[in-house]
Ligand binder design. Sequence first.
Ligand code: NDP
Ligand code: GDP
Length: 326
Amino acid sequence: MTKKALVTGITGQDGAYLAQLLLAQGYEVHGLARRSSTSDVNLSRLQWLGIADQVKIVDGNLLDLSGLIRTMRDVEPDEVYNLAAQSFVRSSWQQPILTGQVTGIGVANMLEAVRLIRPEARFYQASSSEMYGLVQEPVQSETTPFYPRSPYAVAKLYGHWLTVNYRESFGLHASSGILFNHESPLRGIEFVTRKVTDAVARIKLGLQNELRLGNIDAKRDWGHSKDYVRAMWLMLQQETPDDYVVATGRTSTVREMCQIAFDHVGLEMDKYLVIDPAFFRPAEVDILLGDPGKAKAAFGWEPTITLEAMIREMVDADLARLKPRG
Ligand code: NDP
Ligand code: GDP
């Protein structure tokens, strides 16, 4: 029997890589996408991976419980991956209510739809290392206390605990992946890695002459989306649902990450990098560093792509996107 997966956030970075992995495993993949008045559903990431015509797109929104219930009834998924969110930390101070509704209450809507219509389905919730925020331990694991530092992180914490609660209350096979930052050529342009690789490519091609960043002393544990979606899938293949940290166990500053990008194209970083307080945040997460030991012990997950290899891949992809064709 072909397994069926329902993926929310199918138009996002992780949605694209997860769909690619699931299709390769022989799944029928259904992706929830919201419509907009200006364009058809944006399938550019799925197109980039060459899989847009293999995913069945379902019209829907995390805010619309009745639609989610209908989708659950129509698709009858075996596995549900809830990746949709207002996912950009900085925007969450601009739109705290919307972030709470989509990133927080949206999880309640998904869990209710599963519980009411498809309680046998396995459920994955996209939780975040941002929940650790003002870190309470130097290396963060599943037992580290949380201290969220943005409306985004507060909303994610609600979604995380609700997933745990529905598992404990109703016996759902619901797992929460506490994923540290992960990037790729398909990362949104507003996130710092992609902002840097896009700018470095533009500077190299003479299309831009500076790169303006905020806090370059912030440290992140950066991995590759392709590795991280494999961990999501592995979590749902386990007999027992649980929560897992997914991280590389190495932390680097924004400045160090930037240096890799500039070095790759042979440009001197200090000539182009400008610190702009406009990009500072009302509250910062200074450092994140995860311990993926539990995921490794449970199902042998390990990252395979280094920060250096990933940033170089992203710069090359941005150069290719920007170079005139012909
Ligand atoms: P993206 O921002 O690339 O994708 C977010 C997705 O959510 C998009 O498909 C977006 O659709 C969709 N979406 C937003 N609002 C709604 C809504 N109201 N109804 C339905 N869909 C909606 O995120 P990533 O792929 O990078 O991340 C996937 C998930 O993992 C997110 O929940 C994120 O918060 C979480 N996460 C990500 C980490 C990372 O480093 N990437 C780290 C830890 C957690 P549209 O295209 O229409 O905007
Ligand atoms: P986040 O960890 O989910 O907030 O991912 P981001 O990629 O948006 O930010 C990672 C870190 O880079 C944060 O500590 C930011 O403050 C820092 N940073 C510094 N300059 C910038 C910038 O210009 N844009 C973004 N997005 N982040 C920046």
